[in-house]
Design a binder for this molecule. Structure first.
Ligand SMILES: [Zn+2]
Length: 101
């Protein structure tokens, strides 16, 4: 995988996550701005989830709903976001209908 989108996640990406200890909003630093908890594992997980979502979207755009569904199954285990759900519904519908929208 390569491309700018991974190096520069969308700006709204950070606010989706909260510190697991004190629930302070995630501000993109490796330590919580409020309680100082180590947020690096959370960040790694978030980036992995984002990469899987982007890969699933690329697969759908390339006309590969089966591949997209497999990627989304993995994405769901990492971080189940509304976008993962929406893409999953799209892939499932596509596979049922058997043709491109
Ligand atoms: Zn905290």
């Amino acid at each position: 995988m390569s491309g700018q989108e991974e190096a520069h996640p969308p700006a709204d990406h950070r606010s989706t996550y909260r510190c697991p200890v004190c629930r302070a909003r995630f501000r993109g630093s490796a330590a919580c701005s409020r309680c100082g908890a180590d947020l690096e594992p959370l960040m790694r997980l978030a980036v992995r989830g984002l990469r899987l979502r982007l890969a699933a979207r690329r697969a759908l755009l390339a006309g590969d709903p089966l591949g997209a569904r497999e990627i989304l199954n993995r994405a769901r285990q990492v971080h189940a976001t509304p976008e993962v759900r929406r893409l999953g519904l799209l892939a499932a519908w596509w596979l049922r209908s058997g043709e491109a929208p």
